[in-house]
Design a protein around this ligand. Sequence first.
Ligand SMILES: Cc1cc2nc3c(=O)[nH]c(=O)nc-3n(C[C@H](O)[C@H](O)[C@H](O)COP(=O)(O)OP(=O)(O)OC[C@H]3O[C@@H](n4cnc5c(N)ncnc54)[C@H](O)[C@@H]3O)c2cc1C
Length: 301
Amino acid sequence: MRNKHLFRGFDFFENVDLKNYSTMKTGGRAKYIVFPRSKRELVKVLKICHGQGMRFYVVGNGSNILFDDSGFDGVLVNLKHFNDIKISGESAFIGAGMNLFYLNLYLQKNNLSGLEWSYGVPATLGGFVVCNGGCFGHEICEFVEEVTVLKDLQILTLKRDEIEFSYRHSSLKDSCVVLEVKLRLRLDNADVIKAKMLSTLEEKRRLQPCDLPSLGSVFKRVITKEEIVYPAKLIDNMGLKGVKIGGAEVSKKHAGFVVNTGGATSEDVQKLVQFLENKLANLGVFPEREIVVLKNECSKK
Ligand SMILES: Cc1cc2nc3c(=O)[nH]c(=O)nc-3n(C[C@H](O)[C@H](O)[C@H](O)COP(=O)(O)OP(=O)(O)OC[C@H]3O[C@@H](n4cnc5c(N)ncnc54)[C@H](O)[C@@H]3O)c2cc1C
């Protein structure tokens, strides 16, 4: 067996069920998932992949990734061990694998304000920065000072103005592995911060189907010079909430979300997304997808 001991000594699993690595809870099996414990290990993993001609793909919390039902015949790299936080005044250096729930709790305990609006988003900081995630009028790029990345096997620290950020996009996407992010925050009272976090969570629970697996908003807003078009609003106006294909459903609570009502496949989700795209196209609206579809056969990075 060619790859029998390929990742011996690393934290890894073989033949993993992708349902456990996407918040949509769909997908087949991946050949490997590796959790490097350090930058050195990460470099080694990538060298092994290059050496073996194996595809690799970096995943955060999988809250934006739809995996293929046929799985992923390569190596997923997950930075969950990159979860250090160092605070220096009103700045914080945070490992890319840190999830936003813990990060918010940690910052609150340390009287650091800024990210409360992101409390409740099931993302890692790395994934959120790469996608320039945002909500309630904020985007993460407002807080980014520096990002340390691995690019072409070199570690580089990029200043904020060396990175292009736009609505739900950054130049980091598919071009490097984000290792650490330096955020600019500000000192505030811990009780005030907590109150803001809780009100964010309440608002998210009120507006979004947080009780069912999903990938958040399926489509990006369409921003033209004249107007901003919200696909969710149009989907709602067309009466498409609750439309189902297999186990995938247009959320009855928020028309921008497709949820897994139980036993959905990624194909169900894809078909439903395509159905919505056709309906929107009939109105002359062609939104970009916010979700990432990881096809089994394509090579990335
Ligand atoms: C219930 C729910 C609510 C949501 N609410 C919001 C919201 O309010 N606002 C919002 O913007 N999004 C929201 N989302 C979508 C999702 O959380 C974001 O897109 C988030 O940025 C994805 O982060 P992740 O860590 O899960 O990344 P993943 O989904 O794992 O990956 C997303 C992309 O980032 C890349 N990536 C991840 N980590 C790294 C890294 N370290 N280096 C390089 N590339 C990396 C992946 O390769 C992939 O292309 C929501 C999703 C859910 C399920």
